[in-house]
Design a binder for this molecule. Sequence first.
Ligand code: PEP
Length: 232
Amino acid sequence: MIYAGNFKTNHTRKSTREYLMKIQLHNHKIRANGDRVMIFPPLTAIDNYEVDFTVGVQNAYPTQNGAFTGEVGVEQLDEFGIKTILIGHSERREILGESQEFVAKKFAFFKEQGFEIIYCIGEPLEVREEGSEAVIEYLMAQFEGIDTSYDNFIVAYEPIWAIGTGRSATQKEIEETHNALKKSIDKPILYGGSVKGENISEIASIDSVDGVLVGGASLKTDTFLELVFHKN
Ligand code: PEP
């Protein structure tokens, strides 16, 4: 299983270092379990950390460098050896107004750079309420312009109504959706949306769930490690 933690706009450089060092202490066991951890701190907390798990970024601009005020490009990420990025998170699509066209442009750019990409998709509540066929149609449209054959590519299915709400999708909804996606996209698929200690066993037991992308429950090492070691 992949356990990915998205800090969003939380943590400082100091607290991120402390966090990562704590995870590092457990990483041998995590690897021995056949699992993998990926952490996405805010950009100001990116550094050359001596850890042997993945530290990636939540966002970057599709450029090497240039005149893009407030953004960072590959030149800035290279300084810290960052080669992993989240693209298409619903908060960037919805709050920051990233269109499918722009998301696809970002994907193509970071693919060209050989980045590992976690590509997020997810439907709003009104689409979920229309039923599973409508959900799949909506999700497949979020692959427009995306090269789904790219090797270094992980999908994260995150229903928007389940993100940060405490209300996860049901086991049946997750299983149905992941199974349907796997018919067209032969890539690992993470589930995201209110994953926590109380529901991890149920979610992780679904065959088509290859991992989880976690916001709230990733913010403290205790709650994150509870997910990572839910079987131990
Ligand atoms: C997320 O934003 O990727 C997420 C899944 O958040 P949460 O776990 O807090 O729902």
